[in-house]
Structure formats: C-alpha cells, structure tokens
Ligand binder design. Structure first.
Ligand code: GLN
Length: 249
C-alpha cells in the first residue's frame, strides 16, 4: 500500500488528551506504517487555520476535564463551521469523552455552566457533579459485527442521545454514556463518539482499521482492502481484561 498517505488531524493535543488518549494517534500511525501507508500528524489548536483543518483526512480528539474543555469550547466556535462540514462530508473521526461531548448541542458542567457545543449530533451532556462514572468498560457494537470494544471510562458528564442518533454500542460491563440507558457512544456518518479511554485503539485494533479504511476510501475514491496484521498480542490483552470483568470475548 506504498502509494497511499493520510494526514491525521490531532485536535488540541495539549489540552485534550487524558488517560492515554495519545495512544490512539500512535496506533493509527503504526498500523498505517506496518502497511506502508505514509502518515503525517497535523496538530490542530488555537493557532490553526481552516486550511490546516481541511488538509486532514481523519480527525482525532481526546478527552479532558471541564477547565480545559471550557478553553477549547471557546476556540471551537471559530472552527465549528469547518469541522461540521468535514463531519457531514464523511471525514472519519474519533472523538473521546470530552471530545465526544463537543459533538452535541450543549454541555452543562458540574459548576452549572452551559457550554454551547458543535451541535452536529442530536444529543446533549449534563454533569450533575458528585459520582463520576469510572472503571473498565466493555460494550458490544453493531458497527463491528457485534465485536466487543474494551476500554476505560472516567467521566462526570451524562450524555443523553436524541431520537435521531444511534449509539455506538450496548454496554455489557461498566456505565457508558449515562448510567441509565446502558448505551455507549454514538456513530454519525464516519464519526465515532465514545467515552472509551484506555486508550481505545490499541485495545480494539478493528476500530483503528475502520478509521484508516474509511479515510483512505474517501480520499482515493475507491474500495480499499487493508492488509491483515498480526493482532495476536492485542487479542491476548483483550482476553485478559475481559477475564477480569468476567466477560467472554
Ligand atoms: N469533563 C468531562 C466529564 O467529566 C470529560 C471527561 C473526560 O474527557 N475524561 O464528563
């Protein structure tokens, strides 16, 4: 796959990256490199232009705590139109926790601050303060032939999905988007929103490959079959975590 290349847009790497989210970037780069696909990481932050954003074939944003989120929410207002357009145009993306919350209509912080969000997805988030939803989590996703996604969550925000949006999966162990509905994350066009830190991609290589494949197909306007990689080590790690949670995968 020597002639292919991808620009990976890493949104606000300094402010939005907790609980190992940087591992998602490393995983994407490595899985491309092992297949001979060239990558360039484009860090997108307060000084980036729309042109910088539009040069990205794939977007990734990690999570953060409320203070960082308030700073980023301010800057996101300037980029809202471009990011919304890219998501609508099926640019694949991975938005974790705080990054996922931005996709909705608003985020009400634990201090009661109502931060307007990108308003791309029919959902909103409220953080009631008090008990955080923390721990290892496993969800089953229809998007990946009901494969189980394994990760770690740590959030105060409860995300409530509207009627027009599908969850990414159903929670088998853990809390998920809120502690009531047993739903996890959301999928819209080629964008995945999720509470899975951990980070998600090394533990679930099929999610990384979904992003790489869809980004290549959109860029090169042709069907792409990714070369298989040896994921036996990743599989062993997955089985180990699942065992701890008494789940068979
Ligand atoms: N600040 C958000 C919350 O607690 C997001 C947390 C995170 O990204 N880990 O809900």
């Amino acid at each position: 796959m020597k002639n292919y290349s991808l620009n990976i847009g890493w949104l606000y790497p300094e402010l939005m990256s907790t609980y190992g989210d940087k591992g998602n970037i490393i995983t994407l780069v490595k899985r491309c490199e092992w297949r001979g696909i060239k990558t360039e990481i484009k860090k997108i932050n307060e000084i980036s232009s729309d042109k910088d954003l539009l040069s990205c074939d794939l977007l990734v944003m990690g999570g953060a705590q409320d203070t960082e989120q308030e700073i980023v929410a301010e800057d996101l207002k300037k980029k809202k139109k471009t990011i919304s357009g890219m998501i609508e145009n099926k640019i694949p993306g991975l938005y974790i926790c705080g990054g996922f919350q931005y996709m909705g209509k608003f985020y009400k912080t634990a201090d009661g601050n109502k931060l307007p969000q990108l308003d791309i997805l029919d959902m909103h988030t409220e953080n009631p303060g008090g008990k955080r939803l923390i721990g290892n989590i496993i969800a089953q996703s229809w998007l990946f032939d009901n494969k189980k996604i394994i990760g770690f969550e740590n959030h105060g925000g409860r995300t409530i999905l509207g009627k027009n949006i599908k969850p990414l999966g159903i929670v088998i162990k853990g809390f998920g988007s809120n502690n009531l509905a047993k739903e996890e994350g959301a999928i819209y066009k080629n964008s995945i929103g999720t509470y899975f830190h951990g980070p998600i991609l090394p533990k679930n290589p099929f999610v990384a490959d979904f992003l790489i494949k869809t980004a290549l197909e959109l860029k090169y306007k042709q069907k792409i079959d990714l070369e298989e990689l040896d994921d036996s080590l990743e599989e062993k790690a997955r089985i180990q975590v699942a065992k701890k949670l008494s789940v068979t995968i």
